[in-house]
Design a protein around this ligand. Structure first.
Ligand code: NAP
Ligand code: COA
Length: 274
Protein backbone atom coordinates (compact mmCIF):
# COMPACT_ATOMS: atom_id res chain seq x y z
CA UNK A 1 0.00 0.00 0.00
CA UNK A 2 1.29 3.48 -0.85
CA UNK A 3 2.49 5.71 2.00
CA UNK A 4 -0.21 8.05 3.32
CA UNK A 5 1.63 11.22 2.31
CA UNK A 6 1.76 9.99 -1.32
CA UNK A 7 -1.87 8.89 -1.33
CA UNK A 8 -3.06 12.31 -0.19
CA UNK A 9 -0.79 14.23 -2.56
CA UNK A 10 -3.04 16.08 -5.04
CA UNK A 11 -0.22 18.03 -6.75
CA UNK A 12 -1.10 18.58 -10.45
CA UNK A 13 -4.71 17.54 -9.82
CA UNK A 14 -7.64 19.83 -10.55
CA UNK A 15 -10.68 20.04 -8.28
CA UNK A 16 -13.93 21.95 -9.04
CA UNK A 17 -16.32 22.61 -6.14
CA UNK A 18 -19.83 23.84 -6.99
CA UNK A 19 -21.05 25.80 -3.97
CA UNK A 20 -17.47 25.87 -2.70
CA UNK A 21 -17.37 29.37 -1.22
CA UNK A 22 -18.43 28.77 2.39
CA UNK A 23 -18.98 26.19 5.11
CA UNK A 24 -18.49 22.49 4.45
CA UNK A 25 -17.80 22.87 0.74
CA UNK A 26 -15.15 25.55 1.25
CA UNK A 27 -13.62 23.23 3.87
CA UNK A 28 -13.42 20.53 1.19
CA UNK A 29 -11.88 22.97 -1.31
CA UNK A 30 -9.32 24.07 1.27
CA UNK A 31 -8.35 20.49 2.11
CA UNK A 32 -7.62 19.75 -1.56
CA UNK A 33 -5.74 23.07 -1.91
CA UNK A 34 -3.62 22.21 1.14
CA UNK A 35 -2.88 18.86 -0.52
CA UNK A 36 -1.53 20.69 -3.59
CA UNK A 37 -4.50 20.65 -6.01
CA UNK A 38 -5.52 23.53 -8.27
CA UNK A 39 -9.03 24.68 -7.36
CA UNK A 40 -12.08 26.26 -8.97
CA UNK A 41 -15.10 27.27 -6.90
CA UNK A 42 -18.50 28.53 -8.02
CA UNK A 43 -21.43 30.17 -6.22
CA UNK A 44 -23.85 33.08 -6.64
CA UNK A 45 -22.25 35.82 -4.56
CA UNK A 46 -19.30 37.51 -6.30
CA UNK A 47 -18.01 38.68 -2.89
CA UNK A 48 -18.03 35.15 -1.47
CA UNK A 49 -16.34 33.83 -4.62
CA UNK A 50 -13.60 36.44 -4.36
CA UNK A 51 -12.99 35.78 -0.64
CA UNK A 52 -12.89 32.01 -1.18
CA UNK A 53 -10.38 32.27 -4.04
CA UNK A 54 -8.12 34.39 -1.84
CA UNK A 55 -8.37 31.86 0.98
CA UNK A 56 -7.52 28.99 -1.38
CA UNK A 57 -4.54 30.85 -2.85
CA UNK A 58 -3.24 31.36 0.70
CA UNK A 59 -2.56 27.60 0.61
CA UNK A 60 0.03 28.34 -2.09
CA UNK A 61 -1.94 26.90 -5.00
CA UNK A 62 -3.70 28.33 -8.06
CA UNK A 63 -7.42 29.03 -7.74
CA UNK A 64 -10.22 30.35 -9.93
CA UNK A 65 -13.70 31.53 -8.99
CA UNK A 66 -16.98 31.80 -10.89
CA UNK A 67 -20.12 33.62 -9.93
CA UNK A 68 -23.03 31.47 -11.16
CA UNK A 69 -26.35 30.05 -9.98
CA UNK A 70 -26.57 26.23 -10.23
CA UNK A 71 -30.18 26.66 -11.38
CA UNK A 72 -28.85 28.22 -14.63
CA UNK A 73 -27.55 25.35 -16.79
CA UNK A 74 -25.77 27.59 -19.31
CA UNK A 75 -23.96 29.54 -16.57
CA UNK A 76 -22.84 26.29 -14.92
CA UNK A 77 -21.58 24.91 -18.23
CA UNK A 78 -19.73 28.18 -18.99
CA UNK A 79 -17.96 28.12 -15.61
CA UNK A 80 -16.93 24.47 -16.04
CA UNK A 81 -15.68 25.12 -19.60
CA UNK A 82 -13.67 28.19 -18.55
CA UNK A 83 -12.15 26.26 -15.66
CA UNK A 84 -11.30 23.36 -18.01
CA UNK A 85 -9.73 25.79 -20.52
CA UNK A 86 -7.45 27.07 -17.76
CA UNK A 87 -6.58 23.97 -15.71
CA UNK A 88 -7.44 21.03 -18.01
CA UNK A 89 -9.50 17.93 -17.23
CA UNK A 90 -11.20 17.76 -13.84
CA UNK A 91 -9.82 15.08 -11.50
CA UNK A 92 -12.45 15.80 -8.86
CA UNK A 93 -15.91 17.38 -9.23
CA UNK A 94 -17.82 18.20 -6.04
CA UNK A 95 -21.51 19.19 -6.18
CA UNK A 96 -22.46 20.84 -2.89
CA UNK A 97 -24.57 23.95 -3.56
CA UNK A 98 -27.70 23.86 -1.42
CA UNK A 99 -30.41 25.96 0.15
CA UNK A 100 -32.45 25.29 3.26
CA UNK A 101 -34.96 26.89 5.57
CA UNK A 102 -37.04 25.19 8.24
CA UNK A 103 -40.76 25.16 7.45
CA UNK A 104 -43.63 22.69 7.62
CA UNK A 105 -45.22 21.75 4.31
CA UNK A 106 -48.23 23.92 5.17
CA UNK A 107 -45.82 26.81 5.81
CA UNK A 108 -44.12 26.74 2.42
CA UNK A 109 -45.40 27.83 -0.98
CA UNK A 110 -44.93 25.92 -4.21
CA UNK A 111 -42.06 28.30 -4.97
CA UNK A 112 -40.43 27.68 -1.58
CA UNK A 113 -40.45 23.89 -2.14
CA UNK A 114 -39.27 24.39 -5.71
CA UNK A 115 -36.43 26.76 -4.74
CA UNK A 116 -34.76 24.07 -2.62
CA UNK A 117 -35.40 21.25 -5.08
CA UNK A 118 -34.08 23.41 -7.93
CA UNK A 119 -30.87 24.29 -6.08
CA UNK A 120 -30.10 20.95 -4.42
CA UNK A 121 -31.38 18.40 -6.92
CA UNK A 122 -31.75 20.08 -10.31
CA UNK A 123 -28.59 22.09 -9.57
CA UNK A 124 -26.70 18.85 -8.93
CA UNK A 125 -28.08 17.42 -12.17
CA UNK A 126 -26.77 20.55 -13.96
CA UNK A 127 -23.30 20.29 -12.41
CA UNK A 128 -23.00 16.58 -13.24
CA UNK A 129 -24.63 16.79 -16.69
CA UNK A 130 -22.47 19.73 -17.79
CA UNK A 131 -19.41 18.53 -15.88
CA UNK A 132 -19.13 15.06 -17.47
CA UNK A 133 -17.62 16.47 -20.70
CA UNK A 134 -14.77 18.02 -18.74
CA UNK A 135 -13.91 15.08 -16.45
CA UNK A 136 -10.67 13.13 -16.77
CA UNK A 137 -11.78 9.79 -18.17
CA UNK A 138 -10.76 7.35 -16.89
CA UNK A 139 -9.84 8.42 -13.38
CA UNK A 140 -12.16 11.23 -12.29
CA UNK A 141 -13.97 11.18 -8.97
CA UNK A 142 -17.33 12.90 -8.48
CA UNK A 143 -18.67 13.67 -5.00
CA UNK A 144 -22.21 14.77 -4.23
CA UNK A 145 -22.87 16.41 -0.88
CA UNK A 146 -26.06 14.92 0.53
CA UNK A 147 -27.64 15.22 3.99
CA UNK A 148 -29.16 12.88 6.61
CA UNK A 149 -32.60 14.18 5.53
CA UNK A 150 -32.18 12.03 2.39
CA UNK A 151 -32.91 8.88 4.38
CA UNK A 152 -34.46 10.10 7.65
CA UNK A 153 -37.93 11.68 7.28
CA UNK A 154 -37.51 15.02 9.05
CA UNK A 155 -40.24 17.47 10.07
CA UNK A 156 -39.80 21.03 8.66
CA UNK A 157 -37.52 19.58 5.97
CA UNK A 158 -39.83 18.04 3.31
CA UNK A 159 -38.13 20.02 0.53
CA UNK A 160 -34.62 19.01 1.64
CA UNK A 161 -35.65 15.37 2.27
CA UNK A 162 -37.09 15.12 -1.25
CA UNK A 163 -34.18 16.93 -2.90
CA UNK A 164 -31.33 15.11 -1.17
CA UNK A 165 -33.00 11.69 -1.61
CA UNK A 166 -32.97 12.55 -5.30
CA UNK A 167 -29.29 13.51 -5.11
CA UNK A 168 -28.40 10.10 -3.62
CA UNK A 169 -30.40 8.33 -6.30
CA UNK A 170 -28.53 10.32 -8.98
CA UNK A 171 -25.30 9.10 -7.36
CA UNK A 172 -26.42 5.48 -7.64
CA UNK A 173 -27.76 5.73 -11.19
CA UNK A 174 -24.66 7.53 -12.47
CA UNK A 175 -22.36 5.01 -10.81
CA UNK A 176 -23.98 2.50 -13.17
CA UNK A 177 -24.11 4.76 -16.23
CA UNK A 178 -20.57 6.17 -15.87
CA UNK A 179 -18.73 3.33 -14.12
CA UNK A 180 -17.64 1.83 -17.44
CA UNK A 181 -15.88 5.06 -18.43
CA UNK A 182 -13.67 5.02 -15.34
CA UNK A 183 -15.55 7.77 -13.50
CA UNK A 184 -16.56 7.06 -9.88
CA UNK A 185 -19.36 8.91 -8.12
CA UNK A 186 -20.27 8.80 -4.43
CA UNK A 187 -22.38 10.78 -1.94
CA UNK A 188 -21.01 12.16 1.31
CA UNK A 189 -23.69 12.55 4.00
CA UNK A 190 -22.41 14.98 6.65
CA UNK A 191 -23.99 14.99 10.09
CA UNK A 192 -24.48 18.24 12.02
CA UNK A 193 -21.39 20.35 11.36
CA UNK A 194 -20.53 23.10 13.84
CA UNK A 195 -20.34 26.73 12.76
CA UNK A 196 -22.12 26.27 9.43
CA UNK A 197 -25.02 28.09 7.81
CA UNK A 198 -26.97 24.84 7.61
CA UNK A 199 -26.76 24.29 11.37
CA UNK A 200 -27.53 27.94 12.14
CA UNK A 201 -30.79 27.57 10.22
CA UNK A 202 -31.88 24.28 11.81
CA UNK A 203 -30.74 24.99 15.39
CA UNK A 204 -30.81 28.78 15.73
CA UNK A 205 -30.15 29.05 19.51
CA UNK A 206 -27.24 27.84 21.70
CA UNK A 207 -29.70 25.57 23.58
CA UNK A 208 -30.85 23.87 20.40
CA UNK A 209 -27.25 23.55 19.20
CA UNK A 210 -26.40 21.88 22.49
CA UNK A 211 -29.36 19.52 22.08
CA UNK A 212 -28.13 18.57 18.61
CA UNK A 213 -24.59 17.93 19.88
CA UNK A 214 -25.93 15.74 22.70
CA UNK A 215 -28.06 13.73 20.28
CA UNK A 216 -25.00 12.53 18.33
CA UNK A 217 -23.73 9.12 19.54
CA UNK A 218 -20.16 10.45 19.19
CA UNK A 219 -21.13 13.18 21.69
CA UNK A 220 -20.19 16.17 19.58
CA UNK A 221 -21.00 18.08 16.42
CA UNK A 222 -18.75 17.43 13.45
CA UNK A 223 -16.11 19.78 12.10
CA UNK A 224 -15.67 20.69 8.43
CA UNK A 225 -12.41 18.72 8.53
CA UNK A 226 -14.36 15.55 9.39
CA UNK A 227 -16.12 15.93 6.04
CA UNK A 228 -13.10 17.03 4.01
CA UNK A 229 -11.11 14.02 5.26
CA UNK A 230 -13.69 11.71 3.71
CA UNK A 231 -13.60 13.74 0.47
CA UNK A 232 -9.81 13.36 0.29
CA UNK A 233 -10.15 9.62 0.86
CA UNK A 234 -12.81 9.21 -1.84
CA UNK A 235 -10.62 11.06 -4.35
CA UNK A 236 -7.42 9.16 -3.58
CA UNK A 237 -6.22 5.85 -5.06
CA UNK A 238 -7.19 3.92 -1.89
CA UNK A 239 -10.86 4.43 -2.87
CA UNK A 240 -10.60 3.25 -6.47
CA UNK A 241 -13.16 0.45 -5.87
CA UNK A 242 -15.66 2.69 -4.04
CA UNK A 243 -18.44 3.63 -6.45
CA UNK A 244 -22.13 4.47 -6.03
CA UNK A 245 -21.78 4.60 -2.24
CA UNK A 246 -23.73 6.90 0.06
CA UNK A 247 -21.44 7.41 3.04
CA UNK A 248 -22.36 9.15 6.31
CA UNK A 249 -19.76 11.09 8.27
CA UNK A 250 -21.96 11.91 11.21
CA UNK A 251 -20.71 10.24 14.42
CA UNK A 252 -23.60 7.77 14.10
CA UNK A 253 -26.27 10.51 14.13
CA UNK A 254 -28.52 9.22 11.34
CA UNK A 255 -28.81 5.85 13.13
CA UNK A 256 -30.70 7.55 15.96
CA UNK A 257 -33.67 8.57 13.79
CA UNK A 258 -33.48 11.96 15.57
CA UNK A 259 -36.62 11.16 17.69
CA UNK A 260 -36.92 13.65 20.54
CA UNK A 261 -34.48 16.11 18.96
CA UNK A 262 -36.88 16.71 16.06
CA UNK A 263 -39.74 17.33 18.50
CA UNK A 264 -37.60 20.01 20.19
CA UNK A 265 -36.60 21.64 16.88
CA UNK A 266 -40.23 21.55 15.72
CA UNK A 267 -41.44 23.14 18.98
CA UNK A 268 -38.92 25.98 18.53
CA UNK A 269 -40.02 26.65 14.92
CA UNK A 270 -40.94 30.24 14.11
CA UNK A 271 -42.11 31.14 10.58
CA UNK A 272 -39.24 32.84 8.70
CA UNK A 273 -39.37 35.99 6.56
CA UNK A 274 -41.30 35.52 3.32
P1 NAP B 1 -23.40 27.08 3.15
O1 NAP B 1 -22.18 27.62 3.82
O2 NAP B 1 -24.58 27.96 3.00
O3 NAP B 1 -22.95 26.50 1.74
C1 NAP B 1 -23.77 26.52 0.60
C2 NAP B 1 -22.93 26.92 -0.58
O4 NAP B 1 -23.72 26.80 -1.76
C3 NAP B 1 -22.44 28.37 -0.51
O5 NAP B 1 -21.17 28.44 -1.11
C4 NAP B 1 -23.48 29.12 -1.36
O6 NAP B 1 -22.89 30.32 -1.86
C5 NAP B 1 -23.75 28.07 -2.43
N1 NAP B 1 -25.05 28.20 -3.07
C6 NAP B 1 -26.27 28.28 -2.47
N2 NAP B 1 -27.22 28.40 -3.39
C7 NAP B 1 -26.59 28.39 -4.60
C8 NAP B 1 -27.04 28.49 -5.94
N3 NAP B 1 -28.34 28.63 -6.24
N4 NAP B 1 -26.12 28.45 -6.94
C9 NAP B 1 -24.80 28.32 -6.66
N5 NAP B 1 -24.32 28.21 -5.42
C10 NAP B 1 -25.21 28.25 -4.39
O7 NAP B 1 -23.94 25.77 3.89
P2 NAP B 1 -23.33 24.49 4.65
O8 NAP B 1 -24.13 24.35 5.88
O9 NAP B 1 -21.86 24.51 4.73
O10 NAP B 1 -23.80 23.32 3.65
C11 NAP B 1 -22.97 22.84 2.62
C12 NAP B 1 -23.47 21.52 2.08
O11 NAP B 1 -23.48 20.53 3.13
C13 NAP B 1 -24.89 21.56 1.55
O12 NAP B 1 -24.99 20.71 0.41
C14 NAP B 1 -25.72 21.03 2.70
O13 NAP B 1 -26.94 20.47 2.26
C15 NAP B 1 -24.78 19.96 3.22
N6 NAP B 1 -25.01 19.59 4.64
C16 NAP B 1 -24.78 20.49 5.62
C17 NAP B 1 -24.90 20.11 6.96
C18 NAP B 1 -24.57 21.07 8.08
O14 NAP B 1 -24.52 20.65 9.26
N7 NAP B 1 -24.31 22.33 7.79
C19 NAP B 1 -25.31 18.81 7.27
C20 NAP B 1 -25.57 17.92 6.24
C21 NAP B 1 -25.41 18.31 4.91
P3 NAP B 1 -23.76 31.57 -2.44
O15 NAP B 1 -24.65 32.02 -1.34
O16 NAP B 1 -22.72 32.56 -2.85
O17 NAP B 1 -24.51 31.05 -3.63
N1 COA C 1 -40.18 29.81 5.28
C1 COA C 1 -41.03 29.57 4.25
N2 COA C 1 -40.74 29.93 2.96
C2 COA C 1 -39.56 30.53 2.73
C3 COA C 1 -38.62 30.80 3.75
C4 COA C 1 -38.98 30.40 5.07
N3 COA C 1 -38.14 30.60 6.10
N4 COA C 1 -37.54 31.39 3.20
C5 COA C 1 -37.80 31.50 1.89
N5 COA C 1 -39.01 30.99 1.60
C6 COA C 1 -39.69 30.97 0.31
C7 COA C 1 -39.92 32.38 -0.21
O1 COA C 1 -41.04 32.99 0.40
C8 COA C 1 -40.12 32.13 -1.70
O2 COA C 1 -41.42 31.69 -1.97
P1 COA C 1 -42.56 32.73 -2.55
O3 COA C 1 -42.00 33.27 -3.84
O4 COA C 1 -43.78 31.89 -2.71
O5 COA C 1 -42.71 33.81 -1.50
C9 COA C 1 -39.20 30.94 -1.97
O6 COA C 1 -38.88 30.36 -0.71
C10 COA C 1 -37.91 31.34 -2.64
O7 COA C 1 -37.32 32.37 -1.86
P2 COA C 1 -36.24 33.39 -2.46
O8 COA C 1 -35.68 34.17 -1.34
O9 COA C 1 -36.82 34.11 -3.63
O10 COA C 1 -35.21 32.33 -3.06
P3 COA C 1 -33.70 32.46 -3.39
O11 COA C 1 -33.52 31.67 -4.58
O12 COA C 1 -33.23 33.87 -3.39
O13 COA C 1 -33.02 31.74 -2.10
C11 COA C 1 -33.24 30.06 -0.39
C12 COA C 1 -33.09 30.36 -1.89
C13 COA C 1 -34.64 30.42 0.05
C14 COA C 1 -33.04 28.57 -0.22
C15 COA C 1 -32.24 30.89 0.48
O14 COA C 1 -32.44 30.59 1.82
C16 COA C 1 -30.79 30.64 0.11
O15 COA C 1 -30.26 31.24 -0.82
N6 COA C 1 -30.07 29.74 0.83
C17 COA C 1 -28.64 29.45 0.59
C18 COA C 1 -27.85 29.25 1.87
C19 COA C 1 -28.36 28.10 2.68
O16 COA C 1 -29.54 27.82 2.76
N7 COA C 1 -27.39 27.41 3.32
C20 COA C 1 -27.66 26.22 4.08
C21 COA C 1 -27.41 25.05 3.21
S1 COA C 1 -27.87 23.55 4.07
Amino acid sequence: MAAAEKVFDFQDKFVFVAGGTSGINLGIAEAFAAAGAKLAVMSRSADKVQAAVKKLMDHGTEALGFSADVRDYDAVERALKNAHDRFGALDVLVSGAAGNFPAPVLGMSSNGFKAVVDIDLVGTFHVLRAGYAFLRRPGACVINISAPQASVPTPLQAHVCAAKAGVDMLTRVLALEWGGTGVRINSIVPGPIAGTEGMARLAPTPELEQAVAESVPAGRMGETTDVSSLALYLACPLAEYVNGAVIPVDGGWSLTGFGDLMNRLSAAYKPGPR
